[in-house]
Design a protein around this ligand. Structure first.
Ligand code: GDP
Length: 340
């Protein structure tokens, strides 16, 4: 059991002394206080989670100052190696780095854990870095929500750069793209179906595509793959893709392309901040997040009313079987609960 869930640190009825202590710790940039705050917001115990929300609310004025960068790619593409190399570069420049992970599959598959400290030796050894694995919430929505809140807590604790690592399997990439300022997609040189990333619509999400492991025998292949992507993106650009997507090659092992990646992120971030595009992106993300939470809560509340859940399920089966239309069944469900 985690420290925050297990111990009664506070005997004030509303947990206010505990909130105070954690808030002070975060203000003082104490890594343990940040870890504790994240454990609180992740808690499945309502009263603990509430304490976490209070902490979050209290530190909100301190949030917003970091560069939020998403890093995505299939397992084995070299995400943790690259994040470690990038993190080291940032630490060398005097910046504090937090790494968070979004991986709803890790708990189910028991696969390699994103945000695992042993996979990021430089960051793990430096006390100016903070690494947090994916929360073990049951669903992606829960994981995403907690990660969004963890980003804010990390910012409040003074981290200059927040890296959000996610595994390249569709929906979790969409989630992460909706919580970061800049999204980097890592791909392998000449990986089978060359332009698979484009087909999956990932281009919609990525600000930069990094052809990784551009070293040794793979170096030439990586350059060719990068050129293929550039050509394809130009073609797509001509047909109306709004955002500019950069394509780089990099090798975390050889330290190639890491500085270029960071320069690009920094330049874009500064440009977007000056133009107001960064604020706009963040505002849109906040609105979208708020709407989703309201939808979830309204739905939960609705389904918790007497008889609604069973009615919902039976109508759902009717719709699935093609006996009712989705629209008709939705109207019927809402009408039936109104007359209750
Ligand atoms: P992740 O699953 O995406 O986090 O990938 P890892 O960072 O764990 O790396 C997977 C494997 O790729 C490991 O064996 C790494 O040593 C290797 N790897 C990571 N970066 C590079 C690189 O720049 N070049 C080459 N050739 N291999 C790399």
């Amino acid at each position: 059991m985690s420290e925050a869930e297990g111990t009664a640190v506070d005997d004030t009825p509303d947990g206010s002394a505990e909130v105070e202590a954690v808030v002070e710790g975060i203000q003082g940039r104490d890594r343990r206080a940040l870890a504790k705050a994240i454990t609180l917001i992740e808690s499945r115990r309502g009263d603990r989670a509430e304490v976490g929300q209070e902490v979050l609310e209290r530190v909100m004025p301190l949030t917003g100052g970091s560069i939020r960068l998403g890093v995505s790619g299939i397992p084995g593409v070299g995400k943790s190696t690259l994040i470690d190399a990038l993190g080291k570069l940032l630490l060398d420049r005097g910046q504090r780095v937090a790494v968070l992970a979004v991986d709803p599959s890790s708990t189910v598959s028991g696969g390699s854990i994103l945000g695992d400290k042993s996979r990021m030796p430089h960051l793990a050894a430096d006390e100016r870095a903070f690494i947090r694995p994916s929360p073990t919430a049951a669903n992606l929505g829960g994981v995403a929500r907690r990660t969004r809140e963890a980003i804010l807590l990390a910012e409040a604790a003074g981290y200059d750069v927040v890296l959000v690592e996610t595994v390249g399997v569709g929906q979790s990439e969409v989630e992460v793209a909706q919580m970061v300022d800049f999204f980097a997609l890592l791909l392998l040189p000449g990986s089978g179906d060359e332009l698979q990333g484009l087909k999956k619509g990932i281009v919609e999400l990525a600000d930069v595509i990094v052809i990784h492991k551009a070293d040794g025998d793979l170096a030439d292949q990586a350059r060719r793959t990068a050129n293929d992507y550039r050509a394809a993106l130009r073609y797509l650009g001509a047909s109306g893709t709004a955002r500019e997507v950069e394509v780089l090659t990099a090798s975390a092992h050889e330290g190639e392309g890491i500085e270029e990646l960071w320069s690009l992120v920094q330049e874009r971030w500064e440009k977007d901040r000056t133009s107001g595009a960064l604020d706009e992106r963040r505002r849109a993300q906040q609105r979208q997040w708020f709407r989703r939470l309201v939808e979830e809560k309204v739905m939960d509340e609705f389904l918790s009313r007497a008889g609604v859940a069973s009615r919902f399920e039976s109508l759902e089966s009717e719709v699935a079987a093609g006996r009712k239309t989705a629209g008709g069944a939705a109207d019927e469900l809402v009408a039936a609960t109104r007359s209750n």
